[in-house]
Design a protein around this ligand. Sequence first.
Ligand SMILES: Nc1nc2c(c(=O)[nH]1)N[C@H]1C(S)=C(S)[C@@H](COP(=O)(O)O)O[C@H]1N2
Ligand SMILES: [Mo]
Length: 314
Amino acid sequence: MPLYKAPRIPSSEITPRSFYLKRRELLGLAAGGLVAASASPVLASPLAAKASAYKVDEELTPKESVTTYNNFYEFGLGKDDPAAKSGAFKPTPWTVEVGGMVAKPKTFGLEDLMKTFPIEERIYRMRCVEAWSMVIPWDGFPLAALLNAVEPTSEAKYVAFESVVRPEEMPGQSGVFQSLPWPYVEGLRLDEAMHPLTLLAVGLYGETLPNQNGAPIRLVVPWKYGFKGIKSIVKITLTDKQPPSTWNIANPSEYGFYSNVNPAVDHPRWSQATERRIGTGGFFGTARVDTLPFNGYANEVADLYKGMDLKVNF
Ligand SMILES: Nc1nc2c(c(=O)[nH]1)N[C@H]1C(S)=C(S)[C@@H](COP(=O)(O)O)O[C@H]1N2
Ligand SMILES: [Mo]
């Protein structure tokens, strides 16, 4: 069921022309001006995303790869499990409980969130800790907008996130052998959470977020490894203590709390100096490119970590 119906901003206003053309091909749109939402059979539920200044001028990862090569252990360990096994998951209705050290705790309905906070398109470079990367056009709103609405108190120093637990809809959460403890949890320092790059995504490629990508709402932090981008969020809590994070609990020597993309700090079992750019060099191509400090967002975020030893705080 579409959550939001409005004509989409033409891609020409958002992306460089080469990507615009490529995108039009992908979406199967006819040449011409504005395409009304109802006129396109491809856009089942277009999002009213506005253009934003946040976009990398790199080739977009094809939607096919973005939606079939996923990590979402609630649906299984394989990259194709989330797309194959998330069909029974129901992302609506949905609420997100926001509380803890805030003046105005509130449980938001999803439609409420999407009406209250203007949705922007952000084209972000994404880097998984497994040394692969994508360039994804997200649709979402800054996490800061939501946090400001609930008014964090002066004691709040961190933000804790929690994913949904629904073993009956998520095959990776049932059975004897559990890959991870549930719920999946993550955390950010408050200044990281308030940074304008930090997004709550509700869509990608102009459409409602597919189940496998974390429907209906997930975190996107483009300068950190992908696992910080917690999916299917049901709870956000402001706190004065560093929150637990799932991969850090699972293996603290391999996955730190910060997990900023850093080519100079290798994972104990593999190098982080380069990455496979999924979807380049043909279908599921694997062109290898250098990994950039803070995933290329150093100008925007390096100041957040001034004076910190990033080898210790990995
Ligand atoms: N709840 C939950 N969130 C999650 C994960 C997960 O297994 N469960 N995997 C993480 C990892 S390792 C990555 S790389 C990204 C992948 O997001 P994508 O499938 O949209 O590319 O989601 C992150 N968020
Ligand atoms: Mo990842």
